[in-house]
Design a protein around this ligand. Sequence first.
Ligand SMILES: Nc1ncnc2c1ncn2[C@@H]1O[C@H](COP(=O)(O)OP(=O)(O)OP(=O)(O)O)[C@@H](O)[C@H]1O
Length: 314
Amino acid sequence: MIELQNLEKKYVNETSGETFYAVKDLSLVFPDGKITALLGPSGCGKTTTLRMINRLTEPTGGKILLDGQDIMAQRPEDLRRQIGYVIQQIGLFPHLSVLQNVATVPDLLGRPKAQTRERARELLELVGLEPGQFGGKHPHELSGGQAQRVGVARALAADPPVLLMDEPFGALDPLARDKLQEAFLDIQRRLQKTIVLVTHDIDEALRLGDRVALLNAGELAQFGTPNDLVRHPESEFVRQFLGEDALLRQLAGLRASQLAQPGDATGLPQISGSLNVRSALSVMLGQRSDALAVLDADGQIEGVLTWQALEEAG
Ligand SMILES: Nc1ncnc2c1ncn2[C@@H]1O[C@H](COP(=O)(O)OP(=O)(O)OP(=O)(O)O)[C@@H](O)[C@H]1O
């Protein structure tokens, strides 16, 4: 668990000499095994907050606890070993192949080579890159989207419990973005990392975030589930930032697993939990069934999606 306690970062504006807060009095808990999206307009302090968690930026006030330990009491190198970091300009090593890039951190940590190579291949497959085709390529031979996929695989390769991601899907076109988000959710359902994801994209935050922390000018505007924010905005800022059609857009982006409930799934048509609600609805209509069995990433039944649950969500 990552806990921010009254976190603060002040800067001095070099021209005016005035002090301003990039982050102010920010208290938040990022729950274990969940994705928390840090959302907000440009300049609201998302990246600064993220970078304070792995000590790339030092706070001017407040505290950050990782599993109850003050991160300032840990050596930055030790801290960063537990924390994967994915940024948009991922900085792959240009002289190393894709496979070597993914294996860098486990290699540095002295993990057995054969095991690391095998895992690197698996991870490439997970992010949708065929290892045989891409493993031997060098970064300059990749498209921006492919390079980002390698970045995600590389961050996962060291198997850190915590992953910080700064606009990891930012440079992708909408289709590639949608696919990588889908793959990422599938991976996360298996790995259950504690993830902090910076994004300025509302739909991405609502789709990927188990929780969303919306920031406004360095301060927390609202923290809750996507549902909380969309249905119960606590201020005019939240309502306006999310937009009038937030509810409809959120529904379109919801995954079947988010609406599945415990129940008897015997004999029901089966769908993957990562399917979005709109597609689940067409399966229901196509199969003339008012309920579907929802499967998890391992193909096990995780619940039942009913027509009623869909109606209530809408
Ligand atoms: N090293 C720095 N020195 C001075 N000001 C800074 C520094 N880094 C960030 N800031 C300022 O702090 C504020 C928050 O910046 P930050 O990068 O955290 O915002 P953000 O929400 O991530 O924005 P974006 O979505 O545009 O990346 C901005 O006003 C920015 O100009």
